[in-house]
Ligand binder design. Sequence first.
Ligand SMILES: NC(=O)c1ccc[n+]([C@@H]2O[C@H](COP(=O)([O-])OP(=O)(O)OC[C@H]3O[C@@H](n4cnc5c(N)ncnc54)[C@H](O)[C@@H]3O)[C@@H](O)[C@H]2O)c1
Ligand SMILES: O=C[C@H](O)CS(=O)(=O)O
Length: 470
Amino acid sequence: MFIDGQWKGNHLEQINVINPADKEIIAQIPKGGGAEAKQAVDAAYKAFKTWSQKTAEERSHLLFKWHQLINENKEEMAKLMTMEQGKPYKEALGEMSYANSFISWYAEEGKRIYGETIPASDSRKRLLVQKQPVGVVAAITPWNFPAAMITRKVGPALAAGCTVVVKPAEETPLTALKLAELAEQAGIPKCVINVVTGNPQEISEIWLKDERVRKLTFTGSTEVGKLLMRGAADTVKKISLELGGHAPFIVMDDADLDKAVQAVVASKFRNAGQTCICTNRVYVQESVAEAFSEKMTKAVIDLKVGDGLKEGIDVGPMINEEAVEKVKEHVADAVSKGGQVVCGGEELNKGEGYYFQPTVVTHADESMLCMNEETFGPLAPIAVFKEEDEVVQRANHTPFGLAAYVFTENIGRAIRISEQLEYGIVGLNDGLPSVAQAPFGGYKESGLGREGGHHGIEEFLEVKYISIAF
Ligand SMILES: NC(=O)c1ccc[n+]([C@@H]2O[C@H](COP(=O)([O-])OP(=O)(O)OC[C@H]3O[C@@H](n4cnc5c(N)ncnc54)[C@H](O)[C@@H]3O)[C@@H](O)[C@H]2O)c1
Ligand SMILES: O=C[C@H](O)CS(=O)(=O)O
């Protein structure tokens, strides 16, 4: 753990970090709890005044130093990420660049936190609006994007003048600790960033109760997000939630099918389907369903599954046994309700690692678990629809609202459907929409607030109105 500028915790019980490709123990990290959680808030609170009083330029300079060090270490960090999370090295390298783009983008955005003056009703008054950093921020992050889910929070928080306490997922702590190490090397003052590894319930309980923590930003499952939202209410913390998704991928009869197939494979099987905005269900208009399904199946059959450190691997292992079991359950359920497995469908290399074949199931419908629950694995169910209004209704019929995808070459259809979809992110002929400069977040039970873009820094600011009478 990195708390108060010190590497701590060797005296504590240790947690094994497992490589999902071969189930080998690759490291051990301290199992921190309430005491360490409080120490981290003590440190972040101590540092807040000095850090928030630096100029935006001074903070920007230090963030760019951090960005440079991350860039210089991205290959080493990508390998570390593949070993602790499983994604293929080429994807891990891509995540390092994506993660680092939040540091550089917010290093600049922090210099554009503008206030305003408002015309007064009284000539002897002046009305000013200032934006100020919210204070100590608690960040809790998931295992599927071990670098990006941290920098997407810490980048804007530090740029805004906040200090942070971070709890990474137990499965992927090494990337988080490396980011902290490079922040220290970059000269970001000690106590500004604190990383606590260990018991999520014990750590979050302390942070939720501590009134010095003024913001909770969480990325993870909707279930845990709801728990944390309730806990944050006791001290009325600002809260951002990036939660689960259930993305529909809609293929209209006038879509470019080759473009759609390329996009759905990228969206669905990136990170072995363990991505919040990955396609969870495919809807194809009736007249092109057979052609699309054949093209998609051919592309999926060609995907290479294996250890992400090996050359030419497209799909790595899943994070753990539980994740594999969920995909098996969804496949079996779909088949029991009339689904037809046209490729994949089986666990792979069972004794070796947590692998599952990239799988396509046709004849899917909403009676199936995979058409309602987040699979979070390499399973693509294909359902057929007849009319535009029907597919919009079916796509929206879910508590989730994170991402949706529409493929059509008709601009009127594209605008009509995109505007009716109840989702925070719509990929229109685009399967990979995520970039640092755009707002990322969901409707309904997929979350609150946005990360990325100028929206993302507002989450770490308070608005102060100063009325001046003279
Ligand atoms: N919307 C997004 O941007 C986004 C991004 C990535 C993942 N996700 C979602 O996250 C989920 C997968 O990630 P996961 O399995 O790590 O989610 P998770 O909710 O199980 O865990 C996320 C984090 O919360 C911690 N946690 C777990 N239980 C907790 C508790 N009771 N109290 C406090 N903290 C707790 C974990 O240790 C981890 O750090 C999926 O639903 C996925 O859609 C969403
Ligand atoms: O899984 C969640 C990530 O936010 C996905 S993305 O890399 O930001 O698209």
